[in-house]
Design a protein. Structure first.
Length: 179
């Protein structure tokens, strides 16, 4: 059973990006498991000195979960034309570990206006040796719609995008496991 780790770049309680990830789990085929890392806001500021002294427990948990996952599904907003600082901080904590390289990654987004953050994410993730599955990318125009995960999953057009993107990510997992 493939395991997909979701990482949401937004800390908002009612984030459209979080709802998009939750909706993706709702439309996933049977046999796909999801793990949602939801404590990005509790990670300490990245500092290599801390890493050398021993990983804080929540950083060790993030790395363990990345290592256990077959793929990563990221949905991240754009703030001031870039990646939110808290999300970049989480990625920085993954740089020194061996869990992340060559992990298949899909980028989902709740706004077509987040192109700068998406470009920066691609740059950062590939620099970290992650493998962004380009044809698994999904951009859904959810801003100002106020849809929750159930409504997103029920919308035929958005559902179709989510199913297709997730299907391509699962195909990348399958190729890794059989190749």
């Amino acid at each position: 059973m493939p395991l997909v780790l979701t990482l949401c770049g937004s800390l908002r309680a009612h984030s459209s990006n979080r709802a998009l990830l939750d909706a993706t789990e709702r439309v996933a085929p049977d046999g796909v498991a999801f793990d949602h890392f939801t404590t990005i806001d509790r990670l300490p500021h990245f500092n290599p000195d801390i890493e050398q002294a021993g990983l804080p427990p929540n950083v060790a948990d993030l790395r363990r979960r990345v290592g256990a996952a077959d793929a990563i599904l990221i949905s991240c907003p754009e703030y001031a034309r870039g990646i939110p600082g808290s999300f970049k901080n989480a990625l920085d904590w993954l740089v020194g570990g061996s869990e992340f390289p060559d992990k298949p990654i899909a980028l989902f987004n709740a706004s077509p206006r987040a192109s700068d953050a998406q470009a920066q994410l691609r740059l950062v993730l590939t620099t970290m040796s992650g493998r962004v599955i380009e044809d698994a990318t999904v951009t859904a125009a959810l801003l100002a719609k106020g849809l929750d995960a159930g409504a997103i999953a029920a919308d035929p057009a958005i559902r179709s995008q989510l199913v297709a993107g997730l299907g391509r990510l699962i195909a990348a997992i399958d190729a890794d496991q059989t190749g």
